[in-house]
Write a protein that binds this ligand. Structure first.
Ligand code: SAM
Ligand code: SF4
Length: 312
């Protein structure tokens, strides 16, 4: 269905938990988040029911996210349930990859199409520092497990941060010469734990890697490739190239609230609704989608949630 700005809304980002096995400094507080009561988080059945209602309203693609979706009990069942919904053509996941060695195969069998694996550095000491709890070797083992399980078209999400990982831009781009990966550099958004002072515009990648040549854009990503390279380089630039005009997505949080826009404080309670009431609430949310975010003017996102409570 179209929103009030004539944007066709076809993409749902479904957060399945706000918990995580890492503590990336820009995303989560060091102490983590208080574990919610079991009853505060949607059950597998509720999440699949909400995705089904969204599909009835025109959603064709669902991305499972979190927190870390792989720590959610029942993630394979959620994936299977969503992949089987009429109208859903694609189910993807954004993950830190740490638990993929156990879960890549069952997820693939459950109908997961593609993975985005978040990896902000290729240096073990940095990875440990940036994630507070993680080991680079575990994330890389996750990537290998994804390949072994038959996943193709995997993307690497790299949040660009001055003085933290911008000296690795060339190393990430070099990966695309050899591997059929899409490395996606993402501009840091000023929300939750993020330090707006380390923001870097996506154009930095183009300035540092002059040999990149333009490739087809995909969704909100502008894309390039190295001449003769097997992979692609994408830029996700919510700050410098505001792409709200082509936004096609809605979000549902793990506690069952519809967020028409990532950066707005507006939330619609879906829990407890069923059938036509649930579909109507989703249609109302789509209609209420704001025309654009206001981070440039306000300097900060208007959502009070940390990123792990929304899912990116
Ligand atoms: N735990 C999973 C992961 O890290 O991929 C999924 C959830 S995480 C919140 C989704 C994505 O949001 C990750 O790629 C992460 O790097 C990104 N992210 C988190 N905080 C961000 C921020 N302030 N600005 C831009 N991206 C952010
Ligand atoms: Fe966890 Fe992902 Fe946030 Fe890192 S970015 S703390 S892996 S939810």
């Amino acid at each position: 269905m179209k929103d009030n700005c004539q944007r066709e809304i076809t993409y749902l980002r479904l957060s399945v938990t706000d918990l995580c096995n890492l503590r990336c400094r820009y995303c989560m507080p060091a102490e983590g988040v208080a574990k919610k009561q079991h009853s505060e988080i949607c059950s597998v059945k509720e999440l699949v029911e909400m995705a089904a209602a969204a599909a009835d309203c025109g959603v064709t693609k669902v991305r499972l996210t979190g927190g870390e979706p792989l720590v959610r009990r029942g993630i394979v069942d959620i994936c299977r349930g969503v992949a089987a919904l009429p109208g859903v053509r694609e189910v993807d996941m954004t993950t830190n990859g740490i638990l993929l060695p156990e879960l890549a195969r069952p997820l693939r069998e459950a109908g997961l199409h593609r993975l985005n694996v978040s990896l902000d550095t290729l240096r073990p000491d940095r990875y440990a520092h940036m994630t507070r709890l993680g080991r680079l070797e575990d994330a890389l083992a996750g990537l290998r497990a994804a390949v072994d399980a038959g996943f193709t078209g995997t993307k690497l999400n790299v949040v660009l941060m001055a003085g933290c990982n911008d000296d690795e831009i060339e190393d990430f781009v070099a990966l695309t010469a050899e591997y059929p990966l899409e490395v996606r550099f993402i501009e840091l958004m000023p929300m939750g734990q993020a330090d707006a002072g380390v923001y870097l515009p996506g154009d930095t990648v183009l300035e540092r890697c002059r040999s990149l040549v333009p490739a087809e854009p995909s969704g909100v990503a502008r894309r390039w490739r190295l001449p003769g390279g097997k992979g692609l380089v994408g830029l996700i630039e919510p700050m410098s190239h505001r792409f709200c005009g082509s936004c096609d997505r809605i979000r549902i949080t793990a506690d069952g609230r519809l967020k028409p826009c990532l950066h707005s404080s507006q939330e619609i309670i879906l829990r407890g609704l069923h059938g036509e009431e649930l579909r109507q609430a989703i249609r109302d949310g789509i209609a209420a989608k704001p025309e654009r975010h206001h981070m440039a003017e306000e300097g900060r996102s208007q959502t009070a949630r940390n990123m792990n409570e929304i899912g990116g």
